[in-house]
Design a binder for this molecule. Structure first.
Ligand SMILES: [Zn+2]
Length: 129
């Protein structure tokens, strides 16, 4: 079981990187909103750092969009208690240390691996429920 990260840990991790760096390893992955993982993606370039998934099975499907964004918006807030962040694992590029979130969407007839680069400015801290 990977490390459980809370909002503060994710924020610290994301702030420790310089998102302006051009990186030959993960350049094709840099996306401000969610995207399907490209087929050309080399999984060796990312290291698993931790997870945002909690142990309890009752994961909310609720999303957090106070400002009219939607799941795919490039400026959608990152609220780790909400879908899809409560299903995400946290990865870091081994080369430039850029932080990424990944989760797998299970549709009826497909599995879609999705990835989003973490912008620390989009991480929101919410009061505990
Ligand atoms: Zn990189």
């Amino acid at each position: 079981m990977p490390n459980q990260l809370n909002t503060e840990a994710l924020l610290t991790l994301a702030k420790s990187t310089n998102p302006l760096d051009e990186c030959s390893e993960c350049r094709s992955l840099i996306c401000s909103g969610w995207e399907s993982l490209p087929y050309s993606f080399n999984s060796d370039s990312l290291a698993l750092i931790g997870t945002l998934r909690s142990n309890d099975e009752e994961k909310s499907w609720e999303e957090y969009h106070p400002n009219g964004t939607q799941l795919w918006s490039s400026d959608a807030p990152i609220a780790i208690d909400f879908h899809p962040y409560n299903r995400c694992d946290v990865y870091q590029c081994k080369n430039c240390l850029r932080v990424y979130l990944r989760y797998t969407e299970y549709g009826g007839y497909y599995i879609d691996e999705r990835i989003r680069a973490v912008d620390p400015n989009l991480i929101v801290t919410l009061p505990m429920k």
